[in-house]
Design a protein around this ligand. Structure first.
Ligand code: ATP
Length: 268
């Protein structure tokens, strides 16, 4: 894998997302800087995955813009958007591996579909990606015979297949035991540090958020917008919005407040 020569900034401005008449999140503005690990945080159902879907081209925003570098992603033609999307690697919560293909065939799929490389080159690249994620000897194994952690790593190898500038993860640690989740976190850090890849990650796993993310946004389900911006550790230590504080310290809403319920209009 070659290190990207220049990082890509993602600039989200005035973004609203939703389904039909329903607005899930509105008026979101944030910047993902090159080489950062950026967290989209918030409680269950607040709209984290929906925001990410808009960022990776699966859901057209209701309003606002998403600039990838200097290009307005959703103003671009579908063909151009697909081209920009080739700089993205995506790992879905379920890993989304094809069950009828071996692990190696899954990793080879984007190379077969989106490049003109010959079979020998694809084979060599697949081996590199699999060894990068510690699955060098599992290429022939079918996804159903991989453990949960191995499936995530196989999904990561496939997301890395085209040497992406930006990696998107939806709940990478979901369903993993703490030790396996920690290994995956370390792997994400290695990829970022080794290749300068920008990472956008939907997560509510506190150890991952504190361990690897250096910036982020906190979405609120009630007000349907962001109530805090910043690194997870900073939000934990310095944000006194009751919802953010309760989430970041895993405490009951109101536990540490002099007057529970006050301050819900605060922003950090
Ligand atoms: N395809 C869809 N059509 C209609 N509503 C949807 C669709 N997908 C999600 N929603 C709704 O949008 C809201 C936000 O869902 P989303 O999955 O983005 O939240 P989330 O913060 O990622 O949740 P979780 O942490 O539980 O995964 C929810 O109310 C959900 O029911």
């Amino acid at each position: 894998m070659t290190a990207p020569t220049t990082g890509t900034t993602i600039e989200v401005s005035g973004l609203s997302v939703g389904f039909g008449d329903k607005i899930v999140q509105h008026d979101l503005s944030f910047t993902v800087t090159p080489g950062s690990i950026f967290a989209i945080m918030g409680g269950s159902g607040c709209g984290k995955s929906t925001v990410m879907k808009a960022m990776i081209g699966l859901l057209r925003p209701k309003a606002g813009t998403i600039h990838v570098g200097d290009e307005d992603y959703w103003a671009a033609s579908a063909a151009r958007r697909a081209e920009i999307g080739r700089r993205f690697g995506v790992l879905f919560q379920s890993s989304a591996l094809w069950s009828s293909m071996s692990t190696a065939e899954n990793v080879a799929l984007p190379l077969r579909m989106l490049t003109r490389l010959d079979e020998a080159s694809i084979d060599a690249l697949v081996r590199v990606k699999l060894s990068l994620v510690g699955l060098a000897s599992s290429g022939a194994v079918m996804p159903s015979d991989l453990s949960g952690g191995m499936r995530k790593r196989a999904g990561l190898a496939r997301a890395l297949a085209l040497d992406p500038d930006i990696l998107f993860f939806d709940e990478p640690a979901a369903g993993l035991d703490p030790i396996t989740a920690r290994r995956l976190d370390d792997l994400i850090l290695e990829v970022r540090d080794g290749f300068g890849t920008t990472v956008v990650m939907v997560s509510h796993e506190l150890p991952s958020l504190f361990g690897i993310c250096d910036d982020g946004i906190f979405l609120d389900a009630d007000s349907k917008t962001a109530i805090a911006h910043g690194a997870p550790q900073t939000l934990r230590d310095q944000c006194d919005h009751p919802i953010v504080h309760a989430f970041m310290t895993r405490s009951r809403l109101g536990d540490d407040q002099d007057s529970p319920g006050e301050g819900h209009d605060k922003r950090c």
